[in-house]
Design a protein. Structure first.
Length: 477
């Protein structure tokens, strides 16, 4: 959880509130000539009476604290909405006054409730040797108003401190987006900062790979990872954001509107989608989905939008690139290593924490007959062949979730996400089936049949491995 403001300011506010409240209790005891006065909060969540302050002139009284409702004599009065005086021995037995360690010397108990929004939240108890006089009613009214003003002032003060501390922490988030870092690492930091502000949200990064927009990375603590590896479909929220370059917000009803695909699960709560615009071009988009629509306030949407905008500017400042030059793909339009390696690391962390129940697999495909093809084809034909292989390997081409990364020429890392343990084998079968016949290269001298021999090695991502880099090393062997 986020700490809204520094400990010293928080402690000072709490300490001052308690000190003033204690003084109020002492003044009330003296003004009413009571033997004991104490305040208990009515904690309905834990079903307890919690002691806040107390004062007594008796040596045989121990104020009760955190007493369960059912064990306290105050239980019948936890919903009291007016001042009530009880006679000990008549309205309440002496045996119930267990906080008196010896003889019960007082004759009356006066209970003053404090209500907030129609609910009793605290009870002040006065114990006395005599009955309260009629003139004390004005005193009780004044006490209740003072209590109310004191509590409201405390809440307002803490609210102001929280707001001030929140923006200080937000400046820290902006400063953590370092233009000296690699552009992919900066996006990873951006996701981490978005996760800090949107605790409990699923945050996904959409990038273009192989001519398709695909969700390639998500935050470690995402409640739902079913968006990972899905391709953006037309008329989805993501397609509108990527086309127009404008944020989109929606509250989902009956699994609609779809965020990026008709295949997605857990389309609920609310979603806020933001474009990632760098060098005046849409380079991707972010999905922020939360089960509670109330968390995506206008203020929060402003924070998220500004984080993405600053990250975009930092990437521009740290990268000197020509217009149209890809930022997050390499080779035949595949995701760069910094991002697909982070995807493996994220899946590994979730496995270690027991939060990831889907099957994530790291596969590496290599072109075994590349030497033969290099002697046979020209450079431009080899480039065309690389793109063809990447397209054939793309999981979304075979109705699976995942994407192809870039390692080096003719080596294709593939990340597969699935709810089914047999998905990897099915994907491999479809890839090999498509390559059973040679690929036709259309040239000036006619069509050329190019046989493709792909070797695919797979490594399931498991939390039992001590180092996620071992998964990568095993896959690249």
């Amino acid at each position: 959880m986020k700490e809204p403001f520094p400990y010293d300011q928080k402690d000072a506010a709490v300490r001052e509130f308690k000190e003033i409240l204690h003084q109020q209790v002492v003044m009330l005891r003296n003004a009413t000539h009571s033997r004991s006065v104490y305040i208990c909060w009515v904690n309905r969540e834990r079903e307890q009476f919690v002691l806040e302050a107390g004062t007594t002139t008796s040596h045989s009284v121990m104020f009760p604290d955190r007493i369960p409702f059912r064990e306290s004599f105050l239980n019948p009065y936890r919903d009291l909405n007016h001042v009530r005086q009880l006679r000990i021995g008549t309205d309440i037995s002496k045996e119930q006054c267990t906080h008196h360690l010896g003889t019960v010397e007082v004759k009356t108990m006066t209970i003053i409730p404090f209500l907030n929004q129609g609910e009793t939240v605290a009870l002040t108890v006065l114990e006395s040797e005599h009955e309260t006089e009629a003139k004390t009613d004005e005193l009780f009214d004044a006490y209740q108003n003072t209590f109310k003003n004191l509590l409201n002032n405390y809440l307002q003060r803490t609210s102001n401190l929280e707001a001030a501390g929140e923006w200080e922490r937000y400046e820290t988030s902006l400063n953590r987006l370092d233009s000296n870092k690699h552009r992919a690492d900066l996006l990873v930091d951006l996701i981490a900062e978005m996760e800090y502000w949107m605790h409990g949200a699923s945050i996904h990064l959409i990038l273009k790979t192989g001519g398709r927009w695909i969700s390639v990375l998500h935050n470690v603590k995402a409640p739902h990872t079913g968006f990972s590896g899905l391709e953006v479909e037309i008329r989805s929220m993501a397609s509108v954001v990527l086309e127009r370059g404008e944020p989109q917000f929606a509250i989902h009803f009956n699994q609609n509107p779809k965020i990026l695909s008709s295949k997605e699960k857990h389309t609920n709560g609310a979603s806020y989608l933001l474009p990632l615009t760098i060098f005046s071009q849409i380079q991707g988009a972010f999905i922020v989905n939360h089960s509670d629509p109330l968390t995506l306030t206008e203020s929060m949407k402003h924070k998220l939008s500004n984080l993405v905008r600053v990250a975009s500017l930092k990437i521009e400042a740290g990268n000197r690139r020509q217009a149209g030059e890809p930022l997050f793909t390499a080779g035949p339009g595949c995701i760069i290593p910094n991002l697909w390696e982070k995807s493996i690391d994220t899946a590994w962390q979730r496995k270690r924490e027991g939060a990831n129940h889907e099957h994530t697999v790291f596969a590496v495909a290599t072109l075994e007959n590349i030497r033969e093809l290099q002697t046979r084809l020209r450079l431009e034909s080899l480039h065309w062949l690389q793109k063809q292989c990447a397209e054939i390997l793309a999981p979304t081409m075979h109705r699976f979730r995942g994407y192809v990364g870039f390692r080096s020429d003719y080596i294709y890392p593939v990340i597969l996400f699935s709810d089914h343990p047999n998905a990897t084998e099915e994907w491999m079968e479809r890839v090999h089936h498509q390559l059973a016949k040679p690929i036709q290269l259309h040239g000036e001298q006619g069509n050329i049949d190019i046989p493709i021999a792909l070797k695919i090695q797979t490594v399931p991502i498991s939390g039992e491995v001590e180092d996620p880099h071992k998964i990568i090393r095993d896959g690249l062997r």
